[in-house]
Structure formats: C-alpha cells, structure tokens
Design a protein. Structure first.
Length: 400
C-alpha cells in the first residue's frame, strides 16, 4: 500500500513539474516573439479604427448600468478584447486560484486573479479578488449551488476586472480613439436619422418598454424630437438589457417615482478640494466648472501633450489606474461632471484637474496623494449614500 501511494505521489509531482516547465517555455517563447516582431502602432491604430467602424463591434462596445439614481456607461469587455488583440504582443486572462465550496450554513468563495501583460514593455497589471458563490436579487441574496451557476458568476465577475486591467495598460490615446470611433458608429453619423429611429425602435420593441418611459429616459416629449445622441443612448441600454446586464425597470425607471437631489446637495469642486466657494451669480451652473465665454464658432483650446502627461502622472501617483476610475475622479474635480471620455476635455479642464491634484498632494495627508484622493472619493460616496437614503425617505412619505 505504501509503495502504491509513493508511486501516485511521484507521478503527480512529475506531472506538475512538466506543466511548470511547459508554462515557463510558453512565456519565454512569447517574450522572444515580441522582441523579434515588435508592434507597429500606426498599423495597429488603422486596424483598430477599421474594426470599430463595424456595426457589430460598435453595438457591443458599451454597457449601461443604473447606480445611485444615475445611469453609468462605459466600454465593455468585448471592446477591450478587440482592441487588445489588435494591439499585438499583448496578453490577458483570468485564473481561479482556489475555491471553498462552503457548508450548509455558509456560502462558498472563489479566490481569483485577473491580469494583463504587455510583452514588449514587460509591464504587467494584475488584481486578486474574492467572488462569493452568491447573487444579489430583488428577493435578497441567493446562494449558488450548481457548478454551472458558480462558473458563470466567476466568469462575469472576472470579466469586469480583466477589462480594467486591459484598459489600464493600453495607451489612453488608443483606447479613446476606439471609444470615439464606436460611439460615432452607434450614433449613426453617416446614416439618416429616420433610419436610426426605426432601427432603435426595433431594438426596444421586444423589451416591452412603454413609449412615455423611453422618451422620459432621454428627456424628450415626442419620438420625432430624439437626436442621434438620444438614439445612441437607447441602443446602448437596449443591448445592455439584451445581454442580461440590467433590467427594464432599472434602466427605464418611472420618472414620477424618482426624486432628483436639490442643487444645494450636489458636490462641488470647491467642497471636494477644500477651497472657499466663489460668490454665485445667476448665470453660474453648479455642475460645471467656470469656462471662459466664447462665441458659438470658437472651440475650447485642446490640452497639450505635456499637460496630459502631467495629469496621468499624478493619476498614477494616486494609484488611480483604471480608465473608469480616472474619468470618475476627473469629473469630481471638475465640479461633479459625468464623463464618458476624456477626449472632450479642454485645456482649462486639464489645468484645473492638475491644480486640484497638486493641492491634494500638498495637503499633508499621511499617505500622500493616494490617501488624499481616497478620502475625497470616500467623502463623495458617503454623500451619495446619504442623498439616496434621503430620497428613499421622501419616497415613503417620511416614515421612520
């Protein structure tokens, strides 16, 4: 019996060693191939733009999800995989490091890691995280017992993390070009708007959404008033629902049941950065930073490369690496603006963000800029939670 056990143990060890040697050989071969055949960035950009101009790619490029009374949007894992593959010499993946199936009284848990690796620069981004074997539903938390349900839940959670790893390593200009190209296709800039309205109507019809809710979602009173931007938003929402990433009730809420926060409850840049607020004038808009007056034919000055690099260097120092996190922080520092892309930022906007980050850096926080930014984001999240609780209280008629 002892001899048999030793034989099995020896065989398992040998198999493990073979697999380890194979993995090392694969890594060395990939690095060597990257050195021998480096990427052509110009050619990669052209292939990426051509791919993003395809309707099938553009329609799957964005997600939409409701949170704290607002709807968040951003690029999907599908777009991340597409642009990552075109960039060449670029790898990514998700691995399950361990699994605890739990017990009859405790839910299971998987330990996972998502990563992305640029073989040419030998730059790697990774994050480890825990995935409970449970799902939040309208009826409360639901434990997952079936292996297929656990697998799908792990894959869904892992896809979100690996998306951020991919976008965190790819150059910002490359990602922004892909996002803007896909958005242009979704908005149908080269197609008649009547055709876009008909196509959008066909996407919404199977969802069973009533027309008043659709119009309220984009702030219109009639279907003929919808713009290309409105139709793009509706297409993104329809695709999100079709993929099972949201529900009709969540993404098309009844506007009569929603209470908008008062203007006085909105977070301003001065409150977040600790500066004294400037005296208000009737023409000021609290949700936007002050902008110099320009005529309708003059576009805001674009930021130069030095400014952009300085801003991203401060983001890295603050350990804000994910694209969505950078856009969220930028919007906060610009007075609570909601940004889907940084391509539309003016030179004055970037200068304001840099100035705010420098003030946070010099605030004397024990953890430096990282700690100051964390405190800022935590304060903003607390304010959102308080506002949501107040809205919930108002909806129930102030019951305690």
């Amino acid at each position: 019996m002892t001899s048999a056990l030793r034989t099995v143990s020896s065989g398992a060890t040998q198999t493990t060693q073979i697999e380890q040697a194979r993995a090392v050989a694969d890594v060395l071969a990939a690095v060597e191939a990257a050195k021998r055949w480096p990427r052509d960035e110009d050619a990669a950009e052209k292939r990426m733009v051509k791919s993003c101009q395809r309707r099938l790619v553009a329609d799957r490029a964005f997600w939409s999800f409701p949170r704290s009374g607002e709807t968040l949007t951003g690029p999907t894992i599908d777009l991340a995989r597409t642009v990552g593959a075109i960039w060449t010499n670029f790898q990514w993946g998700i691995s399950e490091l361990g699994r605890d199936d739990g017990s009859p009284t405790t839910e299971g848990m998987s330990t996972m890691v998502a990563w992305a690796w640029d073989l040419e620069t030998n730059t790697r981004a990774s994050t480890s995280f825990l995935v409970p074997h449970a799902r939040d539903t309208k009826r409360g938390r639901q434990r997952l017992g079936e292996l297929r349900d656990v697998y799908e839940n792990n894959a869904n959670q892992g896809a979100r993390r690996v998306r951020e790893m991919i976008f965190g390593l790819l150059p910002d200009w490359y990602v922004e070009t892909a996002v803007e190209t896909c958005r242009g296709v979704v908005e149908g800039q080269d197609e008649p708007i009547e055709k876009l309205r008909a196509e959008t109507g066909k996407l919404l019809q199977p969802l069973g959404v009533e027309l008043p809710l659709v119009l309220a979602r984009v702030g219109r009173t009639t279907w003929s008033e919808t713009t290309r931007g409105d139709l793009a938003t509706l297409r993104i929402i329809a695709k999100t629902i079709s993929r099972g990433e949201g529900t009709v009730r969540e993404l098309f809420p009844d506007p009569t049941a929603r209470v908008e926060p008062a203007a006085a409850d909105r977070v301003t840049r001065d409150e977040l950065t600790g500066r004294p607020a400037a005296p208000a004038t009737p023409s000021e808009h609290p949700e936007h930073p002050e902008q110099p007056e320009t005529s309708g034919t003059v576009e805001p000055e674009k930021p130069d490369e030095k400014q952009t690099k300085r801003m991203h260097a401060l983001f890295r120092e603050a350990e804000v690496t994910a694209r969505d996190d950078r856009l969220h922080l930028t919007g906060l520092l610009l007075g609570g603006r909601k940004l889907d892309t940084s391509a539309g930022l003016a030179k004055a906007d970037v200068a304001a963000v840099i100035a705010a980050l420098v003030r946070l850096k010099e605030s004397g926080h024990p953890r430096g800029l990282t700690g100051a930014v964390d405190d800022l984001l935590n304060a903003e999240a607390l304010r959102e939670d308080t506002r949501a609780e107040q809205n919930a209280t108002d909806d129930t008629g102030g019951e305690s």
